[in-house]
Design a protein around this ligand. Structure first.
Ligand code: ATP
Ligand code: MG
Length: 208
């Protein structure tokens, strides 16, 4: 389809951070909706580094989560995947992600995309002002979470997106129980999970 020439001005970059264990259609709809609403040139998905644990459970190997994200985004010319958080190592802090992107793209306008739950966590960071200097934050609606607490903060845009009651936790649980994840995650993600036997009761990734 013919797309309009992009307006002159700085590159508009979306940054979508996540554990992506596995990536699902909630993540993809969020990125796509924000990209359209904010006229982004590109959305970069950034899988988190490997925390030794996340809320008491093992997280799938970074390399699997990275490749799942590549598989899920490959068909969209405006979606790419970055390894910065994985290559930095350890647990990921949004401030480090944003500093790295600021260094890599000094002239770009950065838009950090989060769901309402992740935004609430980010708001508890001790120096939020530092975050606002690095990027504009876009918080999308997510079923089961409320956005009211930070709706009045001018540095955050709230955006309502189609409700996708999907979580990675639920997807992992479904795989473990032998239920399908078709249509909750992209086809390639279903196939990758099966091929590598991720989230099976007997595999290292399935502690919870
Ligand atoms: P988990 O259950 O393992 O925490 P998750 O589904 O919450 O996984 P994350 O990788 O933790 O996925 O989330 C990455 C980002 O995507 C976060 O900002 C989160 O708020 C957002 N997000 C995840 N699922 C949805 C959804 N269904 N709708 C809107 N935003 C979402
Ligand atoms: Mg989550």
């Amino acid at each position: 389809a013919a797309t309009a020439e992009r307006a002159p001005g700085p590159l508009r970059l979306g940054i979508m951070g996540g554990t992506f264990d596995p990536i699902h259609h909630g993540h993809l709809v969020a990125a796509s909706e924000v990209a359209t609403e904010f006229a982004l040139d590109e959305v970069i998905f950034v899988p988190t580094g490997q925390p030794w644990q996340k809320a008491g459970r093992k997280v799938a190997e970074a390399e699997h989560r990275y490749l799942l994200t590549v598989v899920a985004t490959a068909a969209n010319p405006r979606f790419t995947v970055s390894r910065v958080d994985i290559d930095r190592g350890g647990a990921t802090y949004t401030i480090d992600t944003l500093r790295d992107f600021r260094d890599m793209y000094p002239d770009a306008e950065l838009f950090f995309i989060t769901g309402a739950d992740a935004m609430a966590q980010i708001m508890s960071w001790k120096n939020v002002e530092e975050l606002w200097e690095l990027a504009h934050f876009v918080s999308v609606t997510r079923p089961g979470y409320t956005s009211e607490d930070f709706g009045r903060t001018k540095e955050i845009s709230l955006m309502e997106i189609p409700a996708m009651a999907i979580s990675s936790t639920d997807c992992r649980g479904r795989v473990r129980e032998g239920k399908p994840v078709w249509y909750l995650v992209p086809d390639g993600v279903v196939q990758y999970i099966a091929k590598h036997r991720l989230y099976q009761p007997d595999s290292a990734d399935s502690a919870r």
